[in-house]
Each structure stands twice: as C-alpha cells, then as structure tokens.
Design a protein around this ligand. Structure first.
Ligand SMILES: C[S@@+](CC[C@H](N)C(=O)[O-])C[C@H]1O[C@@H](n2cnc3c(N)ncnc32)[C@H](O)[C@@H]1O
Length: 254
C-alpha cells in the first residue's frame, strides 16, 4: 500500500498486532499460574482458546496439556500466524487454529473440558460471553479467562468514559464473580495480572510496531489518528492503573 491510500482502522490494528507475541496484556507466567489451579490436567482432552490471537497463550497451554487444543479468532491473519507456530512446534496432531467468532461457535454441546480465553470476553460482555460459552463446557469442566475489570469501587470520569466507549464499561471483580456463580460455576480463583503484562509484554512491543507503521505510511492521517488513540490508551493506563487491571477468573462448572 502507498502512503496515502485509504486505510481502515481494522487493517491498522491487524498490521500492528500480527507480528507481536501477544495482542493484549498477559504473560506465559500468568497463563501457567491460572493453569496451576486446575485439578487433573491429565484428564483434560479437549480445550478451546477463544480470541486466541496469534496463539501466545495457546502454545503455552498446548505445551503443558496433553489434550487437543483449538484456537478460535475472528482475524484470518492471526490464525495464519497461529498455525505457522503450531507447525514450528510440531504440534499439528493436537493443535489447530480456526477462523470464527466467539458469538457463534461451531462446536457440540458440552464438547470441552476446558475453555480458555484471554482478553476478548469484554468485547461482548462478561455475562453474555460466559452464559453462551457455558453450553460448550462439560459438567465439572473449567473456564479460565482474563477480563479487564475495575479494581476500585469509584473511578474518575475520564477512565469510566474510556471503557464505556471501548466495551460498554467494565465490572468490578466482585460483580464478575457473582455473574460466574449465578451461571453455575464454583469460583476456583481470581488474580490480577501484574503491570509488566501491560507494559513490557504489550505496550512496549506495540509501540515499536506503531513506529514502523508511521514510517511506512508517512503523512497518512488515518495512521496518525490510530496511533494517537493507542497512545492515549497507554497514557490512561499509566494515570489510572490503580483503578483497573486485567483479572484472571478461573471457575469450575458444577
Ligand atoms: C486483546 S486480543 C487478545 C489475543 C490473545 N488472546 C492474547 O491475549 O494475546 C483479542 C483477540 O480477540 C479477537 N477477537 C475480537 N473479537 C472477536 C470475536 N467476536 N470473535 C473471535 N475473536 C475475536 C481479536 O482478533 C484478537 O485476536
């Protein structure tokens, strides 16, 4: 593409994120920490990772579980990278990425022992996502997901507005736990991801990709606006991080 060709925001998001290890806050350590709360890992034979991106957390899971793992993501370019990683790691017999939406999954009722999902449930809403996905989980199966959540009961208007505009708002940890319990889950654990999951593992690599984008599309107004918006997100995090964070929720279906 040339510098002034029209670019859609979605293309820019994909171009910025496709080469990153993660497409959102997280880390291998936190994925393994969540996994460590599950009983009977040997008994887990079918896993789905919803909103898997290029598979950062999926490959960690697949290397620590013997069962089959399916990654689902709406972005074909991310799934291509995901399946390249699968090949490089010789995991083709057990791991596969497919293009699909988390709101209309092509699976059987109660097909999975474990539903994993880092960083996507907020896009459809915690309650809606949990209740829909629940149908695909076996009884006594586990769900482990991260969701940006409020850490405090009161927040400045600026950060409230940001999250309302982004995903129609966030819930507190207590609120999300009560949704899980009402949906029929025993709460196994929740924990908040440390700051470096946002900074070192996500914002810093993303900034490098944005710099390359600015150079590639010099003078392009859409690219500039996109990068400004991303910078604002980073500024807000540094200003208000005591009020919100990515929280892991692990539950077991009763
Ligand atoms: C914040 S990123 C997290 C990616 C990855 N799980 C991680 O933590 O690095 C959210 C991912 O969900 C995907 N996504 C967004 N909406 C989706 C939908 N409706 N169905 C499937 N995937 C979706 C995006 O393409 C993106 O890869």
């Amino acid at each position: 593409m040339v510098a002034n060709e029209k670019l859609a925001m979605l293309d820019l998001i994909v171009e910025t994120h496709v080469g990153l290890e993660r497409q959102g806050p997280g880390s291998a350590e936190m994925t393994l920490k969540a996994l460590s709360f599950l009983d009977n890992l040997e008994g887990i034979s079918r896993v789905v990772d919803l909103g898997c991106g290029t598979g950062g957390q999926t490959m960690v899971l697949a290397q620590n579980i013997n069962g089959n793992v399916i990654g689902v993501d709406i972005c074909p370019a991310f799934i291509d990278v995901f399946n390249d990683k699968v090949k490089k790691l010789n995991l083709e017999e057990r791991v596969k990425g497919i293009v699909g939406t988390i709101e209309d999954l092509p699976f059987q009722k109660e097909e999975f022992d474990l539903i994993w999902s880092e960083g996507v449930i907020d896009s459809i809403g915690f309650e809606k996502g949990l209740n829909y996905w629940d149908g695909f989980l076996k009884k006594r199966g586990y769900i482990a997901l991260t969701c940006p959540s409020w850490l405090t009961d009161e927040r400045p208007a600026e950060i409230e507005k940001f999250w309302v505009d982004a995903v129609q708002g966030l819930g507190t940890i207590a609120h999300n736990i009560s949704i899980m319990q009402k949906a029929g889950y025993r709460l196994v654990t929740t924990f908040t991801l440390p700051e470096e999951c946002w900074t070192d593992n996500y914002f810093i690599p993303r900034e490098a990709a944005e710099k390359a984008l600015l150079e590639k599309y010099t003078g392009n107004k859409t690219v500039q606006a996109y990068i400004e918006a991303e910078k604002y997100e980073v500024e807000l995090y540094s200003k208000y991080k005591q009020h919100y964070g990515y929280v892991f929720y692990v539950g077991q279906k009763k």
